[in-house]
Design a protein around this ligand. Sequence first.
Ligand code: NIG
Ligand code: FE
Length: 421
Amino acid sequence: MRVILQNIAELVQVEDRVRPWVAGREMSELKTIKNAFLYIREELIEDFGPMQDLTRLNFETDDLVMEIDCAGKLVFPCYCDSHTHLVFPKTREQEFVDRIRGLSYEEISKNGGGILNSAHHLQEMSEDELYTRALERIEDIIATGTGAVEIKSGYGLTPESELKMLRVIDRLKKVCPIMIKSTFLGAHAVPAEYKNNRQEYINILIHEMLPLIATEELADYIDVFCDKGFFTPEETEQILMAGIKYGLRAKVHANELDYSGGIQAGVKYNALSVDHLEHICDEEINSLLSGETMPTILPGAAFFLKMRPAPARKLIDAGLPVALASDFNPGSSPTGNMNLMLSLACLQNGMLPEEAINAATINSAYAMGISESYGSIARGKVANVFITKNLDNYQQVPYFFGTNPVESIILNGQLITDLAL
Ligand code: NIG
Ligand code: FE
């Protein structure tokens, strides 16, 4: 099957040479082509360019070609959402109300709410029900332009339940048309029964959970919530090191609640990304400058928990790259809408639309280890793109905050006509 998108008002995020990420000043540059075509062959992007170059394409007569007129519309590479917890049991709106009434996220966690609340419900829920709920969420995020997503475990916190979560993610990988990466986050919280013996829980994680996960090949990455009240940098290093021995590259939840040392621990173990980053000073920036770890901001969580925004401007001005992800989860960011993340990144974190779009495509692709094949319009990359409704320019995507600019979606070169998976 071949698909040609024609008369595209603006084709956004095109690359002639594939880059692993964009950093610093380069983040404010976004290459686009006005009045463009995009030619897709099977599941890959074969060619693109200005409309007047369309004649260079030669089709054999029996080729089946679908032509889509995109006049007045923009075409984007699908978003890569490099940080989510979208496999979860129940929603937690009671905590939302409790926070409106004045309780803090940390107080709610200390009282057995938060992650431990989700863990309790997850242990009770069947694998099939978890799977069905997650599938609906994936349909929702595809509808708002996401074409690749990373999903974490971490609401299990027992060998049995962590494996249950990872098996759900594995089933999703097999049926969903979007690219999925899975991350083992057994170190999301210390279960209440190990409160006074944290090392025992870490031992279970390292010596029981990890070998099982590795045998069944259920995870691509390993993550630790390194923050005040959760895991220390020393514990984080111990867990990351164990994961690396099983071939799992590190990712770290870092510096959301405090200057946790999580960024330095992540860089030391060559983490693919360190995520959250509301608490950053020069030491963290210097650490990031010394490595290849992608700083990732999650403005949905900072907004929903009314925390200080991560200083994305400072990171970019220091020459660093920044990635953007939704953190879709029931406690701190109950949305996977990446268009909203673009708006928040601009409004809350001081990023320009160009920087936010780079952060949610090419840089977030790097943060989930897939930037060679996803995250931009480039020849040979997977044809995961969305066509917008009528829009005048790409700045209007973050500008019309809270709306969905996506009109149609192409995944693996196929136009999605029915979102029900
Ligand atoms: O990324 N910060 C840690 N974990 C999640 C929150 C999970 C929850 O509250 O359920 C996050 O924000
Ligand atoms: Fe998270």
